[in-house]
Design a binder for this molecule. Sequence first.
Ligand SMILES: [Zn+2]
Length: 411
Amino acid sequence: MHKYESLLPRFLSYVQINTRSNEESKTIPSSNFEVEFLNDLKEQLKSIGLSNVRTNERSGYVFATLPSNIDGNVTKIGFISHVDTADFNSENINPQIIDHYDGQSKIKLGNSEYTLDPKVFSSLKKYKGQTLITTDGNTLLGADDKAGVAEIITSMDYLLNHPEIKHGEIEIAFGPDEEIGTGADNFDVKDFGADIAYTVDGGSLGQLQYETFNAASAVVNIKGTDVHPGEAKNVMVNAALLGMQFNQSLPKYESPEYTDGREGFYFLTNIEGTVDQAKLSYIIRDHDESRFESRKQYFKKIADEINDNFSEDIISVDIKDQYYNMAKIIHQDMSVVDLAEKAMNNVGINPDIFPVRGGTDGSKISFMGLPTPNIFAGGENMHGRFEYVSLQTMEKACDLLIEIANLNTKK
Ligand SMILES: [Zn+2]
């Protein structure tokens, strides 16, 4: 018997709907798939009995409220997850259910040539005896973040059916376009109405994250002078070669493949070049604010030094900040983290707190005035065909959301 009867069917129905976001699109949300799914969710939120179910027009988010069942006011808690899936095949998702996984066998993914092998994916060993949901090898699963969506709705449904569990007012939000990095840009903190919030968008059991990277994108454009090689002496400027020189001036070991923990990096994501022109695209990442700033300065300094050799500036650097480390905001009042940590302990989950080597929707939302750490939704191997999730972890996530809501009334 499962405590949350509706959790698995809900999750399975959500993942089978294609909600891939579209980086090329200029609309908000970026794809019609997302709009349709968000509209479906809206009807479901109404039918389980939530109040004030609405679409925030600016952002495309669907918001809803679970009214308080206590006297007096407590902090209003928000739970947020995203409906879109990553940049990987998401058509005809066909989830497979493995009951009582033995913790050691290879799992064949549908009729495809792919398997989930504990020798390759050692995380599988943690799930002995549990129910796993996998792909059929042809698509991603979309547990990132349909697991979060299913967990939030299921726990709100549970609270509505168990009025003996006390809670304050809860706000919930489902939004688009997390995977293309733009969904939270238009998040409407005022309309949402929560005082603190959690994105339910993390990986394995216990994850609790309130530190993210500071992030910028950087594009280096180089203008060369292309002449016949026979007459090139002292005239030709080879943009492609200058691009290589630029990259070699960066510290070799400060790249993603040589760093972990709180170490930042420069990451060359694309390079294209001829004698005539070259373009190098980077992302710059660092948890530490001052190191982040000096990384950007160093980037400009290299360009300046190369430009000094020419009568005009032939290298231009365009740096754009993308998001910031939410720890700067969270550290001002750690109660949002303490509440989640204590709630985890109360329901028998070991908190697993570490700095994210990336960003979350909360990186942006926290800087809009709503402190928003990230908690686990359960997915493993996200963004590809090897993605899977444990039903028992998803149940624990529901336990956690309910405990956060209840514990918040006891302060
Ligand atoms: Zn996600």
